[in-house]
Design a protein around this ligand. Structure first.
Ligand SMILES: Cc1ncc(COP(=O)(O)O)c(C=O)c1O
Length: 96
């Protein structure tokens, strides 16, 4: 249900331009645009307090930089030796 609402928000005509624009973005520009859109979505829902971005320490280096530039608080998530997410650490960081 949450994902459905989220998708509807991005399919809104206000975001058509952004969607087209993102097709021409570099990786870092695209992730920044996406993070700004996510932040704007939460703010538009009256949930601007949802500003924490969980990022695995194995993520591309621009990910935490983009999140910070987008006004989000970065919380690094550990990864296991095989490169997968440390689920125990993730669960510890997630607020239900
Ligand atoms: C997640 C992610 N962010 C950023 C980049 C950097 O892309 P660019 O140099 O096009 O900004 C890459 C490139 O692979 C990427 O995978």
């Amino acid at each position: 249900m949450y994902l459905k609402k989220f998708r509807c928000f991005f399919e809104n005509e206000n975001f058509v331009g952004l969607n087209r624009f993102c097709c021409f973005c570099s990786g870092a520009q695209g992730e920044f645009a996406g993070l700004r859109a996510i932040k704007s979505y939460h703010e538009a829902q009256g949930q601007g307090n949802r500003n924490i971005c969980l990022i695995p320490i194995s993520a591309h280096g621009t990910n935490p930089a983009s999140a910070q530039m987008a006004g989000l608080q970065v919380e690094p998530i550990n990864v296991c030796k095989d490169g997968t997410i440390d689920i125990a650490h993730l669960k510890d960081k997630v607020q239900w």
